[in-house]
Ligand binder design. Structure first.
Ligand SMILES: [Zn+2]
Length: 289
């Protein structure tokens, strides 16, 4: 109980911005000034694990099942059973089902999500798992920033309005979108964002410029509109997609669009696990296959 209390985050309100500074951190592997991002090959779904230079650990979505546990076991030391922050992009099973097993095996301190209600068995199980875990549930909404120190911040861009407690039947409309920044490096995290939300972000006047794009909705043609690609002008796109998935993703049309925009892309179905390392200026990508 005591350690859970120590994990309570400090909340500082600066004008309209909410800045969270985390009070404790999980074990750092090594202090090397590097930000490490793993785009896990977990089948059809999203799961991204991030370790900041000072050792904060963040998991964004958990994929469709407990395969995420094996991946976490490969990148975290065996004695490390804490994760500082879990971010849920939206309540579809290919993003949250794996998180239920994560909460079972790891101590998770903070969960950021839109906190909306969704009628599915996976979502009910997920809600039950959070209650049991006793993790802090924090609303993810535009203007909130988590400050991890060392120049690393996670800045929430969407949703624009609060959906706490509201039942949704269209989770993609309320998707949690964020930019991870480490000095001059940016990663755009989109969940399953579709073109109409991409448009809202552009209209809102946000600086969307990013080095790397986590491609929205697994490379579906619902997402990655031309205007959005122009607004963020990424060098690299990462497509989280399962091998031989039944949706035929990524869509050839979208891959061609990346080629047209001179965006190099990686895919979990063909490249296996994808790892990105950044010192805040440059970045390096390595793949399992
Ligand atoms: Zn999805």
């Amino acid at each position: 109980m005591q350690s859970r209390q120590l994990k309570l985050i400090h909340l500082v309100i600066l004008l309209t911005l909410f800045v969270f500074a985390l009070s404790t951190r999980s074990y750092a592997n090594q202090k090397d000034g590097l930000l490490k991002i793993h785009f896990f090959d977990i089948g059809q779904g999203d799961a991204i694990f991030i370790e900041t230079p000072s050792g904060y650990q963040i998991l964004i979505d958990g994929g469709p099942d407990n395969r995420v546990l094996q991946r976490l076991g490969e990148v975290m030391p065996f004695y490390d059973k804490d994760i500082d922050v879990v971010v849920v992009s939206h309540p579809h099973a290919d993003h949250i089902a794996g998180l239920i097993s994560v909460l079972d095996k790891y101590e998770v301190a903070n969960v950021f999500e839109a906190e909306e209600d969704y009628n599915s068995s996976e979502f009910k199980a997920w809600e039950g798992a959070i209650k049991e875990e006793g993790a802090n549930e924090i609303e993810a909404i535009t203007g909130k920033i988590i400050d991890f120190g060392d120049g690393v911040i996670l800045e929430f861009l969407h949703p624009f309005e609060s959906f706490v407690g509201a039942e949704t039947d269209k989770p993609h409309d309320d998707v949690v979108v964020a930019i991870l920044r480490y000095n001059n490096f940016e990663l755009m995290l989109t969940g399953d964002m579709e073109a109409r939300i991409e448009r809202r972000l552009i209209m809102a006047g946000y600086n969307l410029d990013s080095d790397v794009l986590k491609v929205g909705h697994h490379g579906s043609k619902t997402s990655s509109s031309e205007e959005f690609l122009s607004a963020i002008s990424p060098e690299v796109a990462i497509i989280q997609v399962g091998e031989k998935n039944r949706y035929g993703l990524p869509t050839p049309e979208i891959l061609k669009r990346f080629d047209d925009y001179d965006i190099k892309y990686y895919r979990n179905d063909l490249n296996g696990d994808i790892k990105l390392t950044s010192d805040g200026i440059n970045y390096l990508i390595s793949t399992q296959k």
